[in-house]
Structures are given as structure tokens and as C-alpha cells.
Design a protein around this ligand. Sequence first.
Ligand SMILES: Cc1cc2nc3c(=O)[nH]c(=O)nc-3n(C[C@H](O)[C@H](O)[C@H](O)COP(=O)(O)OP(=O)(O)OC[C@H]3O[C@@H](n4cnc5c(N)ncnc54)[C@H](O)[C@@H]3O)c2cc1C
Length: 248
Amino acid sequence: MTVGGKPFILKNGVKDIIDALEKVIKSNKGEILTKTPARRIIIEDGAVRGVVAEREGERLEIEAKVVISNAGPKKTIELGGEDNFDRAYLKEAREKVRAAAGIDYMITTDRPLLEPSTVLFTADTQRLECFMSERTSDGKYILRTASVPESTILYSPKKEYEIFLQDLKETFPDFERCGGRILIARNFYGDWPFYRTWPGDCIGTKTSVENLYNVGDGVIPEGWVGGSGAAESARVVVEDVQARTKLG
Ligand SMILES: Cc1cc2nc3c(=O)[nH]c(=O)nc-3n(C[C@H](O)[C@H](O)[C@H](O)COP(=O)(O)OP(=O)(O)OC[C@H]3O[C@@H](n4cnc5c(N)ncnc54)[C@H](O)[C@@H]3O)c2cc1C
């Protein structure tokens, strides 16, 4: 993965991040409920009161002084009910929360185009900027890359795919001779985006409801992007909650 534009290799993949988070939560007597989607955020008199979730088909109501949503600002508004947010906040969310599109690719070859476990950065391609290589246990070679279009508004997955093929063949003229095949091309956009909003001009982490916050890539602080930006938004929220709220 890339973090803040630099390649960053986690020994056990994203699991390392999840494990570290779990350790912090549990060591502070927190509880993690998986397979428990939030169905409603409870808001009364302009302040958050808790969450209604669904666990094994049962309704589960959790009281809370503070609710931090990682579902993205649009979903948070939906869960809290539009009528509970002020108009200026809803307007800002409508204007600033704009999903960013992108496509990621997995390519296989019989012979290596790059040394396994290396990253190639390209400066002269139209879209692709980084290829990461791996070798599978059955002796195949995998390349992973992703492309973000020039414009999400004028986004055409078909055109992006054609540009991807040009970039690929220019970067690796031996692609076909090495038995190259494109295994996966996944198109992320709309409600399943690459980023929940365009980095650079996001809505803030605080909502108009007291003690209801958003974190994640829909509320990235200026100067950040992607996963590291999502983490930075969480850091900002934790600081604010610690400064303003007496928990326990
Ligand atoms: C193919 C691809 C490659 C990428 N590569 C990179 C990269 O190399 N570097 C980088 O920095 N960024 C990358 N990104 C972007 C990065 O993955 C995202 O910006 C980041 O994951 C956003 O994190 P998040 O926590 O905000 O959202 P998510 O990771 O989407 O997490 C949101 C979570 O909320 C949960 N959720 C939603 N609704 C509910 C509900 N009602 N109740 C309970 N839970 C709910 C979801 O299940 C999900 O687990 C990539 C994105 C894609 C698609």
C-alpha cells in the first residue's frame, strides 16, 4: 500500500493495523462488536444519545455520550435522520462529499516483469504511477496497480481501461510474451468509491449534532489522502473528544 504517497509494506498486510487497534481498544476495556451494523443513530434535542444496531437479527440499543461514525458523512446523516441536522451542515455535506472514482488491477504473468516484492514508480505514464510485484506459491507472478481518473465528473471506466492498457504495454513491452493476463479490474465509484470524497476540501469531522463525529476518508483533513488521511481524521476526533468530554 502507499501511505502519504510513499510505499509502505506491512508485514501481515492490513491485519497489522487491525490488530494494533484491537489491542488499544481492549486494553482500555473497550468491546468490539463485529457483524453488528448500526441501523440508527439516536439523536434527541440536538445531541447524540446512542446507536441502535442489529446483532444476530435482534435489536441492540447502545447508550453513548459520544458517537464516532466511520460510515461516511452521507451514511451518518441517513442513520441520524436528515431532520436532526441543521440546514447549513446538510448543504455543506451535499456540496463537499463527492465520491472519487478509481480502478484497481491485478495482472498475472508466467515470467517476471519485475523482481518479486518490489515496487516500480513510473513518471511518464498517463495514469498508472506504481506497480507492486509478488510471486505466488504456485510460481506465477502478480502485479498490482491502480488508476485514478483525471476527473470523477467526466469518468468513463471504458476510456480509463483503454488508457490503462496503453500505460501497461508502454511500461512492459514484453507483457504479452511473458504470458501476461489481466485477472481483475475493479471499478470503484458512486456508493462504493475509491475515496468517499475528493481530498483537499472536505467537510469537517464534527457534525451539527452535539457529540456526533465522522472519521474516515469522507472527512480527511487538508493535506492528507486515503488511508493515512482517514487515520489522521480519527486522531483529530480523539483529541477533541478528550478535550471536551468527560467519559466514564
Ligand atoms: C482498490 C483500492 C486501493 C486503495 N489503495 C490505497 C493505498 O494504497 N493507499 C491509501 O492510502 N489509500 C488507498 N485506498 C483508499 C483507502 O482504502 C480508503 O481511503 C480507506 O480505506 C478509507 O478508510 P475508512 O476507514 O474511511 O473507510 P472504510 O475502510 O471503507 O471503512 C468503513 C467501515 O465502516 C463500515 N460500515 C459502514 N456502514 C456501517 C454501519 N451502518 N454499521 C457498521 N459499520 C458500518 C464498513 O463495513 C467499513 O468496514 C484504496 C482504495 C481502493 C478501493
